[in-house]
Design a protein around this ligand. Structure first.
Ligand code: ZN
Ligand code: ZN
Length: 135
């Protein structure tokens, strides 16, 4: 093992996190890899993926379990809602306040101590609607 391996890993991880946090597009590991390669031309998809896993375990980024599609990543860790296009798979942020009351209502009804919630809206994005996608 080379003596500077650890340092290099840390630098790569920093670049991956910086790039992800500068995006609003919730990229897949592959999409993010293409972007990171502008700064680190030799980085592999496996390395990007591994670092994304570590960052999400550390709570620095969010891994989005969006149903039935490739894993996507989000640089924003505060709770916010998502819109997912069922035609092209892209994920957008919803610009609205988090519904706090809903946690109390659900918690009271179910006898749970509710710690948080996730909300995802499904539909067709503006581009796909323009291209004629309808239900
Ligand atoms: Zn779409
Ligand atoms: Zn988001």
């Amino acid at each position: 093992m080379q003596p500077n391996t650890r340092l290099r890993m840390t630098t790569q991880r920093q670049v991956i996190m910086d790039e992800l946090k500068s995006l609003k597009t919730h990229p897949t590991a592959g999409e993010l890899c293409q972007i990171v390669r502008r700064r680190l031309p030799r980085i592999s998809l496996g390395t990007v993926y591994r670092n994304l896993e570590i960052l999400s375990r550390q709570g620095m980024i969010q891994k989005l379990d969006v149903g039935g599609t490739e894993m996507r990543f989000d640089g924003t860790t505060e709770n916010h809602y998502h819109l997912r296009c069922i035609a092209c798979g892209r994920v957008a942020d919803v610009d609205m306040e988090i519904l706090q009351d809903i946690e109390n209502q659900v918690g009271d009804a179910a006898g749970f101590q509710v710690l948080g919630h996730r909300l995802e809206f499904l539909g067709y994005c503006p581009q796909c609607r323009q291209n004629g996608a309808t239900h």
